[in-house]
Design a protein around this ligand. Sequence first.
Ligand SMILES: Nc1ncnc2c1ncn2[C@@H]1O[C@H](COP(=O)(O)OP(=O)(O)OP(=O)(O)O)[C@@H](O)[C@H]1O
Length: 574
Amino acid sequence: MHSESLAPPPAPSIQRSPTPQAALPTFPLPALPNPPSKATLALQGLDKALVDADIISPSKTLHIPPDGDVDRGTGLSEKMRKRLVDLGITELFAVQTSLLPFLLPSDPMHRALYQPYNPPRDVCVSAPTGSGKTLAYVVPIVEILSSRIVTRLRALVVLPTRDLVMQVRETFETISKGRGLKIGTATGQHSFPHEQAQLVADHSTSLQGGSSKVDILICTPGRLIDHLKETPNFSLQHLRFLVVDEADRLLAQSFQDWLMQVLAATRPPKNPLKHILKDLASTTLTPRLETTSSPTPDALAPAFLHLLPYPDVPSFITERKAASCQKLLFSATLTRDPGKIAALELRIPKYFIVQGSNPDEQGDAILDVVTEKFTMPDTLKEHMVICSAYEKPLIFFHLVHAHKITNALVFTKSAESTNRLVRLLDFFQNARSTSETSNSKNIVVQAYSSDLPTTERKAVLDKFKSQEIQILVCSDLISRGIDISHVSHVISYDSPVDMRKYVHRVGRTARAGRDGDAWTLVEEQEARHFKLMMKDAHHLSEVKRLRIGEKELAPLIPHYETALSHLKDLYSRS
Ligand SMILES: Nc1ncnc2c1ncn2[C@@H]1O[C@H](COP(=O)(O)OP(=O)(O)OP(=O)(O)O)[C@@H](O)[C@H]1O
């Protein structure tokens, strides 16, 4: 045997790596990072004032201890507590529980009329309709101003309409009874000289500190500016409070200009010499330096003292003095966009927001704040009825009669639409009552529109308040602020064009904890817009759809057809 053949076969050559094989290190699988919480996202880039907002649960209340009992945090004087209890107000509503202690701190220094070295913080309040925002400013103003010795214009309340001015005046008069405060209004309802005589005591002498017959002035912006420009000695330098109620309405573009002028009048002028020379040159006023050799010592507000024609008196206090005016903004739909209220030049603003979210979920609450999710009264029930344009009046008559509605506000899109609906309802009721089969009573319906003269408008509103008129049909003229406690239903005959209008309209019912129903009639072609508007406001699920069958409407059709033909005749004649 060949020796070579006995040799073992060569081992197959194995390609070995130079180093022994080691286990590969394992890395964690890629994973998405945890998303930031809703709260963290909501807080990003948010204005600090909103982050620090006081979010108040709508159900929070605080008992007002009667006269003689220990006060547990309302900050109210015994006199005020007695007055409120006499008026049947025994507990503070949510917005009042937070705002009153803030505006009425126990430290008397912070209640002072003038705080030139440490002026008070400004305040923005957003709370649902009918939640008691008016008393939340009326009560502290009355409390603080009651300490005054001389009458000066110390509180200015600006509102968008005359009707609201009258309403707020009544509230001030009721609350301040017996406290010696003088209250005035300026709305243009009376002649300008008459108003001037009501507001300013001394017209002939030029007074640097102004002269006022009132402590509190409630007004509309237009007339306020007229007085600022043309009423001698009308001064805002002593203002302790500037209230802008329905603030988002008053900050709308068309109103902006009034604000600049009012703010300028509350601030001391930067260049006193220019100011004095301007006054001396003024032809409307007698030059003050000739007639008053030295102004009355308390005539000027502390922040304006540098206007005195005295040489600088050396003083240890070199700190700058500021006006003591505290701005208070209120609305059920207050904008949460600080850019929009920047024009007000707020001083370290404090926000108070009455918000319906779960108080444990702070993130959600802040989100609701940022996304302007407005809170509705708990006691409000909301419905929409989607219908054709032909059916709309018919459905309206059905709702009114089937539900025997006797205290309703009905909103239309214009004065013209208001008048037409009232006529049609009148014709419909006449047609129905002349028919032998019907025995239901007619309802008293009245139009309330800008076409009516002011005195007549007031009379109509008074009759509605006393329930002589049962259904008041109006445009958005009275959709804001008006407080009529017995309104059980709000019907939007023409659906509102934006969410803010919707909130204010439906808020005329379900006020101060009472029940209320809101029905919105939506024409088929508007349904998409209306639903989208509700969805964007996270409110669609709250507005239930109400369906009314043909069977229910059928008996009304003959009277409706008669009413339509009468209306056609009327319009063709005119
Ligand atoms: N603490 C209270 N106790 C009982 N009633 C109150 C209290 N506070 C306010 N009210 C009443 O509640 C009603 C609604 O108040 P108010 O008109 O101030 O609402 P609002 O918040 O200003 O609403 P809107 O945003 O519609 O103007 C008023 O009739 C008022 O007298």
